[in-house]
Ligand binder design. Structure first.
Ligand SMILES: Nc1ncnc2c1ncn2[C@@H]1O[C@H](COP(=O)(O)OS(=O)(=O)O)[C@@H](OP(=O)(O)O)[C@H]1O
Length: 303
């Protein structure tokens, strides 16, 4: 029997989403890379009324429930201005939200729902930093904000570094009372600390996206050989980006702690030693695009 012929229905036009996702890790040099890319021609997200200024780098769509649940159109609007075409978006729009790392599934679902095979085209960049130094950087950032912001402007994220009496806790206390408990649970307070569970997060990204779409970078290389990191990113993105990587978002101030105490370092390193090994093995068995460092360099621990 002949199959009946149905007129082919045009599929709905895709919702154009950013071509590049810089997903973290938080405190691993994402602002420096984002600044360089934005200055070099990548398109920033738009900031809407009542949104904070830093949304012009990071949209906080995937990591913020009430934003995520507004859907792909809500997200796409942050990248549409009168003079952008879908073509522009597909090649130069960048979301550099450093908190996206734990949300591979949401990124996949959003790009899938947006159509146009964008899920197969989006380019994902992640920078990994030695976890003890990253935790210290997180603490320094929180402590800096807590000292400069009135309590009415702080949120739960900032208040992680505040003691019951309202004073800012030491890094040692932060490690014992916040970081270590956070690493023992999968959800709840301490998500920023759990960014350092790199193998857990990356395993999901590797399952949900083709490995060739994900460039894994080393913060140590970004710090000591930034020109190499720039070369890798340009090769991955398939375009030359003028300018150079500068230091950015270092929150320098007289209270900033340069090195962890021996106790804090030992307590954290004890947890991260095995997890870092898991990461090296995961990267070893999942080779990335050709411009990625291989083997991935082992982290340099703080002295
Ligand atoms: N060019 C360059 N080289 C080396 N290190 C650099 C560079 N730019 C920024 N940084 C350091 O990266 C830390 C800030 O990271 P992020 O920008 O990712 O932070 S954030 O998640 O966006 O808040 C922060 O680390 P700490 O100084 O240890 O806190 C920055 O100093």
């Amino acid at each position: 029997m002949m199959e009946p012929e149905y007129p082919s229905r045009p599929s709905p036009a895709p919702t154009p989403l950013p071509a590049v996702q810089l997903i973290g890790a938080q405190k691993a040099g994402t602002s420096a890379v984002a600044d360089w890319l934005f200055e070099g021609g990548f398109q920033r997200p738009l900031v809407f009324e009542k949104e904070p200024w830093f949304y012009s780098k990071e949209v906080h769509f995937f990591d913020t429930d009430h934003r995520y649940h507004q859907g792909a159109e809500f997200y796409a609007k942050r990248f549409q201005s009168d003079n952008t075409t879908p073509m522009d978006l597909q090649s130069t729009a960048l979301d550099a939200t450093p908190d996206t790392l734990p949300f591979a599934d949401r990124v996949r679902a959003t790009y899938e729902s947006a159509g146009g095979q964008q899920v197969k085209k989006v380019k994902i960049i992640v920078i990994l930093r030695e976890p003890v130094s990253r935790e210290l950087s997180l603490y320094n950032h929180l402590a800096f904000d807590c000292r400069r912001l009135p309590s009415s402007e702080r949120n739960d994220w900032h208040n992680q570094a505040v003691k019951d009496d309202g004073s800012v806790m030491s890094f040692d206390d932060f490690v014992m009372e916040r970081s270590l408990p956070a690493l023992e649970r999968e959800t709840g307070p301490g998500r920023s600390t759990r960014h350092s569970l790199y193998a857990t997060h990356l395993r999901k990204w590797f399952e949900l996206f083709d490995r060739s779409q994900i460039l894994v970078l080393s913060y140590d290389e970004l710090r000591f050989h930034p020109e190499k990191t720039q070369e890798r990113i340009q090769s991955f993105l398939g375009r030359t980006v003028p300018g150079s990587l500068r230091r950015s978002n270092s929150n320098d101030n007289s209270y900033k702690i340069a090195l962890p105490s021996r106790d804090a370092k030992q307590a954290l390193a004890g947890v991260f030693a095995t997890l870092n090994e898991e990461l090296y093995q995961l990267l070893d068995s999942n080779p990335g695009p050709p411009m990625e460092q291989r083997p991935f360099p082992r982290f340099q621990e703080p002295p």
